[in-house]
Design a protein around this ligand. Structure first.
Ligand code: SF4
Length: 625
């Protein structure tokens, strides 16, 4: 055991407390509490060594070590995870999902699928989930919220009880998982002793939680001692394996196996061929699978597997493209991203805001070229209030009738801060003025350690995803992007893809994914990492394999060149992006390739596909040819 404290994360839920409570006082452990999603992120990004992780998140991360004989589970009724409704389950057409436990959501999906029920599922917060219950709408409720409404609704399906009736096995919701090589046998003893101490304090834990929550302490005690089981013995392991297998077969989770030993040395570790075969068949990959493919996968085999996914999703042999124009309305920006050669600080003589005359000329050229939308993005200019954008959007719609793919999450957050209103209010105002969809710019790498190094004033990854979540919930669609090749590692790139995939599970709002490498040039202040065509194609192929729930992948020919764009169509891409009149943010760094619609179609056909124009929702605008 090393002398360093073991970075340990627990969750604040009542049923988890007996497992972590006494770790607070152990000098060998640095204990923090986190939400399950934050806990999973910290383990995946190496900010924690051990976490009390929901078993769905453990499958998503992949190669973790499971600590023996400690878990949160149930053998039969659990009481704290249930679908509640005013009508029987088979009469529901909608179920609101409290997403605070992804494991429970996956279990709920499996149990619904077993009954061949396909209600519409939508994500919301716990209070809203319960408030939604009415008529044919039910809710999946979790934790205190589920205990609180234990007798309120006429119909209630206890998910652990239903699982037991189906399989005859206990259900495991969460367990202690560690990063590879982070723990040894002595560490495991610390957690085992903590569990014994915690279970001896169940009465006090129930009393304290009852005083805080208003729930009956006697009922809470019965919940902790009778409903929840803290063991992870042979029977629980069989239940856990069964859940992971059922979820992988239903393509809800990556295929994984439970391991008490170091996963990298496990004989059950799948080969690269096995992982590629599974991915080509459409199975979900774990983060560990993705990292291995990106690091070790053979170039051509990655391309073949990504191409198999592309063919399965788009069997018609069609590649789409869009006629639009990237208009950078201002280069004035307060954010000073190190990789950006485009921006000018406030007051700089080269700072600009495009006039209506200049904008009008650019928009008319789009209309004349048969274009259908503009991609409108710019710097974070503190002199442009939200009214300026609303006026602009209304004018563009009225005078030119173009679709507005406008303002990345960073710009939307900037407007929310500037106007002191919520992101939702900003999006509602912009949507009312004509906003059609949100571009996925500014994502770079959605790992905060990387973001702090390359663009320390930019929003956090949670904020970027939060804007997209709100936009998707409003019915707006967006693209997802990744700019890699600065200080990010292969592991960071995979975490980025996992975060996109998880939000997509929640909202289905991303239409497509694009990636490109950092373009180092005069005016940027960041040395490039390892980049190049070979890595771009590998990265795009792995993205196609990881993002099983995103329909489209676009070839980034603007930065790579049209010939590489054609090869990218055999590495998972099914879209050739847009006819570019200009692209200021990238071209300021010196890299730009411009080709018109005829040339794009020629390139697509030359690569062996039929070409078709699309709109921002990827609907075809003509017959492929
Ligand atoms: S990348 Fe965008 S936010 Fe960053 S400095 Fe450039 S214009 Fe500003």
């Amino acid at each position: 055991m090393s002398s360093e404290k073991l970075r340990t994360l627990g969750v604040a839920y009542l049923n988890a407390r007996p497992l972590w409570e006494s770790l607070k006082d152990d000098p060998r452990v640095a204990l923090d509490l986190a939400r399950p999603s934050a806990l999973a992120r910290a383990l995946a990004e190496n900010e924690a060594d051990v976490g009390l992780l929901p078993v769905a998140a453990a499958a998503t991360i992949g190669e973790l070590r499971l600590l023996r004989n400690m878990a949160i589970g149930a053998r039969g009724k659990v009481r704290s995870v249930a679908i509640v409704a005013e009508r029987p389950l088979h009469e529901l057409d909608t179920i609101a999902l409290d997403l605070s436990s992804r494991t429970s959501v996956v279990l709920g999906r499996l149990l619904l699928a077993r009954r061949k029920l396909t209600p519409h599922l939508f994500a919301t917060d716990p209070a809203q989930a319960i408030a939604s219950v009415s008529g044919r709408t039910g809710a999946l409720v979790i934790g205190d919220a589920a205990l609180d409404v234990e007798t309120r609704f006429e119909y209630r399906l206890d998910l652990a009880e239903d699982w037991f009736e189906w399989t005859g096995l206990p259900f495991v919701f969460a367990a202690w998982f560690a990063r590879p090589d982070a723990v040894d046998a002595e560490h495991e003893d610390i957690f085992r002793v903590a569990k014994q101490k915690g279970l001896s304090r169940v009465d006090a834990i129930a009393a304290e939680h009852g005083a805080r929550s208003g729930l009956d302490p006697a009922s809470l005690r019965a919940y902790l001692t009778e409903s929840i089981r803290y063991d992870l013995g042979d029977e629980e392991m069989v239940g856990l394996e069964r859940f992971w297998t059922e979820a992988a077969n239903a393509r809800l989770l990556p295929r994984t196996t439970a391991r008490f030993d170091e996963p990298k040395r496990s004989p059950m570790r799948p080969s690269l061929d096995t992982i590629l075969g599974r991915a080509a068949e459409g199975e979900r990959l774990s983060a560990a699978d993705g990292e291995r493919l990106l690091r070790e996968g053979s170039f051509f085999e990655l391309g073949l597997a990504a191409d198999a996914v592309r063919r399965r999703k788009h069997p018609d042999g069609v590649v789409t493209y869009i006629v639009d124009r990237n208009v950078n309305y201002t280069n004035v920006c307060t954010t000073s991203c190190k990789f950006c050669a485009f921006y000018r600080p406030v007051g700089h003589p080269e700072g600009y805001v495009l006039s209506r005359d200049v904008l009008g000329q650019k928009l008319q050229e789009v209309v004349d070229a048969g274009g259908v939308q503009i991609l409108l993005q710019g710097g974070l200019n503190p002199e442009l209030p939200i009214g300026w954008y609303e006026d602009l959007f209304r004018w563009i719609k009225k005078e030119y009738g173009l679709g507005l793919h406008a303002l990345s999450p960073e710009e939307i957050l900037h407007l929310a801060r500037l106007e002191k209103i919520s992101v939702k209010e900003v999006l509602e105002k912009l949507h009312a003025a004509g906003l059609d969809s949100v571009p996925g710019g500014g994502a770079e790498i959605l790992v905060d350690r990387v973001r702090r190094k390359i663009a320390k004033m930019k929003c956090t990854s949670e904020e970027w995803l939060g804007v997209m979540r709100v936009a998707h919930q409003m019915g707006l669609r967006s693209s997802a992007t990744m700019m890699y090749g600065t200080v990010d590692t292969l592991e960071d790139r995979i975490q980025h893809l996992v975060k996109i995939r998880e939000l997509q599970d929640e909202t289905s709002g991303f239409t497509a994914f694009f990636c490109w490498d950092y373009q180092f040039e005069k005016g940027t202040h960041l040395a490039p990492g390892e980049n190049g065509t070979h890595l771009y194609l590998r990265t795009q192929a792995v993205a196609r394999l990881m993002l099983d729930n995103v329909d489209h992948v676009g070839a980034s020919w603007v930065t790579q060149g049209p010939a590489v764009g054609q090869v990218a169509l055999r590495f998972g891409a099914d879209d050739f992006g847009s006819v570019m009149f200009e692209e200021n943010v990238v071209s300021s760094a010196g890299t730009t390739f411009g080709i018109n619609a005829d040339k794009i179609e020629g390139r697509i056909r030359q690569a062996g596909f039929r070409a078709v124009r699309r709109n921002v929702r990827y609907e075809w605008l003509n017959e492929p040819g």
